[in-house]
Design a protein around this ligand. Structure first.
Ligand code: ADP
Ligand code: ADP
Ligand code: MG
Length: 647
């Protein structure tokens, strides 16, 4: 076995590979881009080396830099994880040239499967069923359109260099073909610098069923059962499971044999996945599945296979790369129970699944019997726009599919992520969807059930805002530490502040970016906030961040901040000038010239329309000017105080 490995990846997969490598006694070497300097994968490794700036092209995809680090750190092998350089034949070759073992197949095998047209032609020759269609050289639009007509609609246009669902267009009608072809080619050319496409019959009621294969360097190949990855959005997997519902022992044997034949046809070694599209219209059949592509690497969803087989696929990868023989014969591969994986993403289902970045102010991931979580982030990690916004994979294993889905739904309910928005509620709804539970699904399931799975964008959650208001109010009414010798000052009250006997104070807030005003009322027990007459929610979780409070309730997140701060945030650093938000009367000024104030600290109160409005310091700093005089009338926008930011 190897004594050291460089892991050429980041995030959860780098952490997951490191775990197995350490168990096998290897020295683990991490690489990281500048924003990942303090990432979990860096801290988990025995040593870590910087490889460049955020842009993947200059760091995680920079072959020369990675090889240089591997040589300097005397790494015996390089594990590429998935994504990035994992299916890059030039990288596999560069490893070999540097005398370092690439944990994966040969450059030739990667190349053979790298382009979908070439792979399909090769598979046809090897007797593997491929999706009917055209995957030849000719690319003129008129010819391709004719081919589409012959194949029969609906058809799928696919980029031959495609991946990640990019460059793919379904076409239902002949008249729509030209426009679809043009946009598929444009997308393919932008994403892969290769605009060539192929045309496939669009399989009705499609189910994505894939086979995990493994091969050693001695010509042996086996499969480790199938996975169903039909729950997709934009051709990207969302939930994966093993075994696939409806796959009989006979179908499994047929698919497995086809996948093993595919691997052998390219003299494969290591872990690979052969993806099939199956016709689910009348149940899965031995003659109803077709080769789509082979991914020549470890797959994101490999943990479900590990759960049902009890094997460590990364350990197998290392062993195969080291030249060991496959440790199991085909008939000895276990299949126990059922496993389901959900991909937890920083994205906003309510807003079209837009990626959502920002700091994870709190991350609590589930645990318990039959639950596995693979992650590369933690509380405090910044989810950046540079890389895939996956937060974690949550995997549940149980004796039956029903029990595994129940377990996964429960685990997702336990998951708490504040900061970026996440798809956690969407995933839990998927696990609980009756049709999915009953096995009635195909790749169109998510799109067809969006209404039931995704909450329609709703108005503000007033109860959540009120809770946030109450917490923020508590922060404002926090006096500065003062000299214990000084005489007591009337401005230091920390309880109900009622200068004029008014019973309510208005607090200007920003909730999910929208202006809201909370009403704070005082009684003997302290302050109570209401928003549009609604009291603070009792069934919500509040996570405090320096500039805001995140309230999580009913699968939704509301970010509440003080509006003065929000305004200053929006304007950049702010000029430190506090102005009257409306026409009114200055009731109190809490600070003197020269006083040191903390951001968010209350500095003055204005009364308008029978309500008190608390003004807070926009920055940490020193009060350098006070123009406001207590009890004076001020016009909207009038300068009241100025704070010079501390550096
Ligand atoms: P899977 O079928 O396992 O989901 P994909 O082909 O969609 O595999 O990609 C696997 C993972 O690698 C995805 O999470 C994707 O975001 C990431 N990925 C794919 N291509 C790249 C790339 N060029 N650079 C970085 N990450 C990538
Ligand atoms: P990628 O390289 O982007 O993963 P694939 O060829 O694996 O591309 O296809 C991605 C997804 O598109 C599949 O998982 C499946 O849901 C859908 N798909 C692909 N080919 C077909 C087809 N011929 N008929 C129906 N759906 C298909
Ligand atoms: Mg695919």
């Amino acid at each position: 076995m190897f004594k050291s490995v460089l892991i050429a990846n980041r995030g959860e997969i780098a952490c997951r590979v490191a775990r197995s490598a350490r168990r096998l006694g290897m020295r683990t070497i991490a690489v990281y881009s500048q924003p990942d300097a303090r990432a979990l994968h860096v801290r988990l490794a025995d040593e870590a080396h910087p490889i460049g700036p955020a842009a993947a092209a200059e760091s995680y995809l920079a072959i020369e830099k990675i090889i240089a680090v591997a040589v300097a750190a005397r790494a015996e092998c390089i594990h590429p994880g998935y994504g990035f350089l994992s299916e890059n034949a030039a990288f596999a070759q560069a490893c070999a040239d540097a005398g370092i073992v690439f944990v994966g197949p040969s450059p030739d095998a990667i190349l053979a499967m790298g382009l979908k047209d070439r792979a399909k032609a090769l598979m046809e020759k090897a007797g593997v069923p491929v999706v009917p269609g055209y995957h030849g050289e000719r690319q003129d639009p008129k010819f391709l359109k004719e081919k589409a007509y012959q194949i029969g609609y609906p058809v799928l246009i696919k980029a031959v260099a495609g991946g990640g669902g990019k460059g793919m267009r379904r076409v239902d009608k002949h008249v729509e073909f030209d426009a679809a072809l043009e946009s598929a080619m444009r997308e393919a050319s932008a994403a892969f610098r290769d605009e060539r496409v192929l045309i496939e019959k669009y399989v009705a009621s499609p189910r994505h069923v894939e086979i995990q294969v493994f091969a050693d360097k001695h010509g042996n190949a086996i499969h480790l059962n199938e996975r169903d990855c039909s729950l997709q959005r934009r051709h990207q997997k969302v939930i994966e499971e093993a075994p696939a519902p409806g796959v009989t022992a006979e179908v499994r044997a047929a698919m497995g044999a086809a996948a093993v034949a595919a691997a052998k046809a390219v003299s494969y070694s290591g872990a690979g996945t052969v993806e099939f599209i199956a016709d689910g219209a009348k149940g899965l059949r031995s003659d109803g599945f077709w080769f789509m592509e082979m991914n020549t690497r470890l797959q994101v969803e490999h943990p479900v296979t590990e759960a049902i087989t009890g094997l460590d696929l990364v350990e197998w990868q290392f062993r195969a790369a080291a030249g060991e023989k496959l440790p199991l014969a085909q008939n000895a591969v276990p299949l126990n129970g059922h496993a389901v994986e959900a991909r937890l993403y920083a994205e906003d289902p309510e807003r079209g699944f837009l990626p959502s970045t920002g700091k994870l102010h709190r991350l609590e991931l589930p645990s318990g019997e039959g639950i596995r979580v693979d992650t590369g982030v933690e509380t405090g990690t910044e989810v950046t726009p540079y890389y895939d916004p996956m937060i974690a994979k949550v995997i549940a294993h149980a004796s039956s599919r029903e029990a595994a889905l129940e377990r996964l739904a429960g685990a997702l309910d336990q998951t708490l992520a504040a900061g970026p928005r996440t798809n956690v509620a969407f995933l839990a709804a998927l696990c609980r969807s009756a049709d999915f539970r009953a096995g009635r699904f195909d790749t169109g399931f998510i799109d067809g059930h969006l209404g039931e799975l995704v909450k329609a964008p709703q108005g503000l959650d007033a109860g959540a805002v009120a809770l946030g208001a109450q917490i923020l109010m508590g922060r404002i009414v926090r006096p500065q530490p003062r000299d214990p010798e000084a005489p007591p000052s009337p401005w230091e009250v920390t309880d109900a502040f009622q200068l004029t006997g008014l019973r309510a104070t208005a607090l200007a807030l920003s909730a999910n970016g929208e202006p809201v005003t909370a009403t704070i009322r005082y009684d003997a027990n302290g302050a109570t906030a209401t928003v549009n007459g609604v009291h603070a929610a009792a069934d919500a979780v509040a996570v405090e961040a320096p500039d805001a409070v995140f309230v999580l309730r009913d699968g939704r997140q509301t970010r509440i901040s003080l509006r003065d701060l929000a305004v200053n945030e929006a304007a950049g650093s702010g000029d430190g000038v506090i102005r009257a938000p409306m026409h009114g009367k200055v009731l109190a000024v809490f600070v003197e010239k020269g006083a040191k104030v903390a951001r968010g600290e209350r500095v003055a109160i204005i009364e308008a329309m029978k309500m008190e409005h608390t003004l807070t310091a926009p920055v940490d700093g020193e009060v350098v000017d006070i123009s406001a005089t207590p009890l004076a009338q001020v016009a909207e926008g009038a300068k009241l105080l100025q704070i010079k930011a501390a550096n």
